[in-house]
Design a binder for this molecule. Sequence first.
Ligand code: APR
Length: 249
Amino acid sequence: MSEADIERLCDFLADSKCTIALTGAGISAESGIPTFRGVQGLWEKYDVMEFAHIDAFRRNPAKVWGMLLEMDRHVVNARPNPGHVALAQLEAMGLLRLVVTQNIDNLHQTAGSREVVEFHGNSKRLRCLECGEMQPPESVDPENLPPRCACGGLIKPDVIFFGEAIPWAANVKAFEYAQRCDLILVVGTSAVVAPASEIPVVAKRAGARIVEVNPEETPLTGRVTDLMLRGSAGEILPRAVRMLMDRRH
Ligand code: APR
């Protein structure tokens, strides 16, 4: 990661009239939450079709709840890392309009970001699959899975499983901003799961600059991405914020 690359990112941010960010599990890796793909990825341990598809959940809810509670053990103690904080600072500086996150860990909100689209929901909320009613946290008893609603329906975290639709309002807002933005920061996502992975492509077609922050290349790199910053979000984003703050003084 060269200083010149950070300078270029700061130039893009300073020139932009409407910047958004698309984030994935990689921005929460430095908070101790495992990513889904790559080394130690969750899907190396759990078969997606057995544990992350809505049909699997309906077929064997107690088994999927076992994986959900394991994931939750990482999330419940996780704190925002400098990458989350840097995005919240960019918003406070008037340089970031919106974060569209695929993450369900609430860490952007905890870090202080106010404009956040939860593209895949939020694991802090529970909902009954039958009546749709929100459920209190205490309705999940690890000794008595799966949790059921008073109506008899299955309770699941308010997160989007494979095979489920993206929440309508989140989808509309994310793609509206993809069309409107002139810069999108794609941070910590392997960009292989649609429709989230379409957001940078739509932005590019609408004339936006695409910046990736990721230690690895993705299908966007070299095709859609204008600036690839190879490294960790927790190191790169704070460096850009510090440089922008120095420029303002
Ligand atoms: N900083 C930035 N990026 C990182 C870091 C880091 N410190 N550590 C890892 N990464 C990158 C990895 O290189 C990878 O490209 O984060 C990305 C994580 O990719 P995934 O694990 O596939 O996570 P994500 O892209 O969010 O997955 C999308 O898939 O399983 C579904 O619903 C789930 O929301 C998830 C979606």
